[in-house]
Write a protein that binds this ligand. Structure first.
Ligand code: PMP
Length: 312
């Protein structure tokens, strides 16, 4: 069973889990008007520590800005709310889910597409989330496919925003992958270049160099992706953001996904073509090791990456 924080943050107050409810006619239910974040809080010797909290909350505010959500929640207020929620939950590690959405004003309902009349709501929930792509994925790697669905284009649904509605595209990719016996799908962008997984960024290792698709390939600018790029710089491994062709996936020495939920997950096959040795590769293993040393507080990060909940 999953351990869930008994309280939910709502507009500066903590409410019981059971009371965090919305009306079925809320704008978000019908028109997908939400933006959200996913943040991990890691168990360390100094207690729970939230990974790159400010960067995640800044991305939430950026997503809200793109969708013209005008509100008064500040970066500091939402960061403090996350810290307090974890502290009150008693969880030693968890996943945090802040979400801002268009609700319903029950005294002056507005049912049309126009989002402006609807009130904005902000909630933060937390639960202990295990390994996203399966218990053995981090060590053994996962089998994936290239999706028949493309990632949406930046002038239709901007992938730069972490909007709830973007995950309809992610669901098409994920469902197709699962029904065909794969753990995850990789989407191409509308031009046919490699984009990302349904909830993960992607890295290739070829000839000792690391490549990852650029923003122009319809990706979410992942915070784990940025962390991996910074870790590689520290390790002296060159990283290039470059457009990648589908066939280059098959020829890579190593492939891995990055994401808050997926962390650093090796990919052992694409479309049933074995990648490299078919096992977690040495460079993936090294980056993974350093990443987990940092998130567990055992190794200094390249920046202020951990917010220690008990010392805040
Ligand atoms: N791409 C998509 C579509 C995602 O949903 C996620 C998960 N937030 C990522 C990439 C990875 O981003 P991050 O490392 O910030 O979690």
């Amino acid at each position: 069973t999953i351990r869930i924080a008994p309280e939910v943050w709502h507009n500066g107050r903590f409410i019981p889990w059971d009371e965090a409810r919305v009306h079925v006619m809320s704008h978000v239910i019908h028109y997908g008007s939400s933006v959200f974040e996913g943040i991990r809080c890691y168990k360390t010797e100094r207690g729970p520590a939230i990974f790159r909290l400010r960067e995640h909350i800044q991305r939430l505010l950026n997503s809200a800005k793109i969708y013209r959500m005008e509100h008064n929640w500040t970066l500091d207020e939402l960061c403090d709310a996350c810290v307090e929620l974890v502290a009150r939950s008693g969880l030693d590690q968890c996943y945090l889910r802040p979400v801002i959405f268009r609700g319903l004003d029950e005294r002056a309902p507005a049912f049309g597409v126009n989002p402006f009349p609807n009130p904005l709501c902000c909630y933060i929930c937390a639960w202990d989330w295990g390994k996203y792509l399966g218990d053995e994925a981090l060590e053994r790697g996962v089998d994936v496919c290239v999706s028949s669905w493309n990632r949406m284009t930046s002038n239709s649904m901007p992938p730069l925003a972490k909007a709830g509605a973007n995950y309809m595209n992610s669901q098409l990719i994920k469902m197709e992958a699962i029904l065909n016996g794969f753990a995850e799908g990789i989407a191409l962008d509308d031009r046919g270049y490699v984009s990302e997984g349904s909830g993960e960024n992607l890295f290739l290792v070829t000839d000792g160099r690391i490549l990852t698709p650029p923003l122009s390939s319809s990706i979410l600018l992942g915070i784990t992706r940025d962390s991996v790029i910074q870790i590689c710089r520290e390790l002296g491994i060159p990283v290039e953001e470059r457009e990648i062709q589908r066939a280059s996936l098959y020829l890579a020495d190593e492939l891995f996904f990055t994401g808050t939920a997926a962390e650093i997950t090796p990919i052992r096959s694409v479309d049933r073509i074995v990648i490299g040795s078919g096992k977690r590769g040495p460079i993936t293993a090294r980056i993974q090791q350093v990443f987990f040393e940092i998130t567990s507080g055992q190794r200094p990060a390249p920046g202020e990456w951990l917010t220690y909940v008990n010392e805040h």
